[in-house]
Ligand binder design. Structure first.
Ligand SMILES: N[C@H](CCC[C@H](N)C(=O)O)C(=O)O
Length: 276
């Protein structure tokens, strides 16, 4: 079977995007891992599958698969690439679209200047709603990692995040500690691990060891989660520029019961066809 694909990235977080509207796509976890493999396949952090939706209030469905083959609830950088894709492929002419995802509806918008803004929905930090992420109502929670205790703030953007504040992202233990927190027994669905350096109240630097993908150059939901965590820790104002290794995302959160708004780039790199 051959499958047309589009290779894209959002601030260096890269994707293989598949059109499941005009071609029938049903992939096993092994096939996802093959597509994502940077030596034997195409190579990407996540595979994004665009499909028709059954929900009247939505325009499309958008499914997200990590490089390890697992399907997950949400992907922020992917949402921007998704809206660029459906426009470039003439699948819609609407500038603001409503998209069904595994964790609910999001609404990305293609701005006049080409930038893309996504309403990422409400962050969740109530332990009653996300027992697989949080076990306390405290903003800062201790987590024992090996023989050290770290302080995390947990946030769900549909997908789970554990965020730490560090003095310098360049020396943060992303590669050595991130993998242990990702699979920590405290997180039965595993977790994305964020390391945030606060530059000032409107600027942070961020690195994320992503669940199912490892460290990526950028993580959209991770940027949302870090800003929400920083605001809840009273370290940040409502609009924050998030510098990641792959580019800058702008995040706005007006506080409790407000959605998180994310603005950033979405780039198409090449198109191709893969034999599966
Ligand atoms: N690794 C994430 C999915 C991709 C999220 C990230 N690439 C983004 O831009 O939000 C998870 O397992 O929840």
């Amino acid at each position: 079977m051959s499958l047309k694909f589009t290779k894209m990235h959002g601030a260096g977080n890269d994707f293989v995007v598949l059109d499941g509207v005009r071609q029938s796509v049903a992939l096993s976890p092994e096939q996802i891992r093959y597509i994502a493999d940077r030596h034997f396949g195409i190579g990407c952090d996540q595979v994004l599958l665009v499909e028709k939706t059954q929900r009247d209030e939505a325009d499309f469905r958008y499914r997200i698969f990590n490089a390890d083959g697992g399907e997950v609830e949400q992907c922020g950088n992917g949402a921007r690439c998704f809206v660029r894709f459906v426009h470039d492929q003439n699948l819609t002419s609407k500038r603001e679209i409503v998209v069904e995802t595994k964790s609910g509806l999001i609404s990305p918008r293609l701005e006049e200047d080409g930038r893309i803004t996504v309403n990422m929905g409400l962050p969740i930090f109530d332990p009653a709603q996300i027992p697989f992420v949080s076990d306390s109502t405290e903003v800062i929670q201790p987590l024992q990692v090996g023989n050290e205790s770290v302080q995390i703030t947990v946030v769900s953007m549909g997908n789970p995040h554990a965020v730490q504040v560090v003095d310098d992202v360049e020396t943060a233990p992303v590669a050595t500690q991130g993998p242990f927190i990702e699979i920590h027994p405290r997180f039965p669905k595993r977790v994305n691990v964020g390391y945030m350096q606060v530059v000032d109240r409107e600027h942070i630097r961020l690195r994320v060891y992503e669940r199912g993908a490892g460290e990526t150059l950028s993580c959209g939901t991770g940027a949302c989660a870090a800003v929400v965590a920083g605001i809840r820790r009273k370290l940040l104002d409502n609009t924050v520029h998030v510098a990641t290794r792959g580019g800058t995302l702008s995040i706005t959160w007006a506080g409790e019961r407000s959605p998180v708004m994310m603005t950033g780039p979405a780039i198409t790199v090449f198109e191709g066809e893969i034999n599966l």
